[in-house]
Design a protein. Structure first.
Length: 163
């Protein structure tokens, strides 16, 4: 049976990123994220639930997070779940922790709110193609009629929108 290990998170950082480097020079950054969920209770009251998630980024994504993100900033992370297991040296008990290994990262908000909307993927910075602007006909030209290839040109550009 096939399986999928995919996580998508949109939330705010609970602390500044902690960047470090492996002996081979690969950047690693740990983030803490708070993800809010608002729901309506049985009696109609608004209930806000917060889930805290640890995220680890590698490579170029880690460097960008360390450079541009800070506590309170919004970020979108795509990644996978990973279960870490170890023996507690003090008590000898088995311990475990579930975390997200980020594979794609996108800054959310303007420059004053988390990095200007840039994104990174799989350790490499990803450049989005700019959406092409439609040229407006000048004064006397008739607008294109609906139904032809011109009408579908807007649909083609939808894939280029970076959000």
């Amino acid at each position: 049976m096939a399986s999928v290990n995919k996580v998508m998170l949109l939330g705010n950082l609970t602390r500044d990123p902690e960047i470090r480097y492996t002996p081979k020079g690969t950047a690693v950054t740990d983030l803490g994220m708070a993800i809010n969920r608002i729901r309506t209770g049985d009696s109609g009251e608004r209930i806000e639930e917060v889930t805290y998630v640890d995220v680890t980024l590698w490579g170029r994504s880690a460097e960008l997070a360390g450079q541009y993100l800070s506590k309170g900033r919004s970020v979108f992370i795509e990644g996978r779940l990973q279960l870490d297991q170890w023996d507690d040296k003090a008590t000898g008990q088995k311990r475990s922790r579930l975390r997200v290994v980020g594979e794609n990262m996108q800054f959310i908000g303007g420059q004053g709110q988390g990095g200007g909307g840039g994104n990174a993927q799989g350790g490499n910075q990803q450049q989005s193609k700019p959406a092409q602007q439609q040229q407006q006909p000048s004064g006397d030209a008739a607008p294109p009629q609906s139904g032809g290839a011109a009408a579908s040109s807007f649909d083609d550009d939808a894939d280029d929108i970076p959000f």
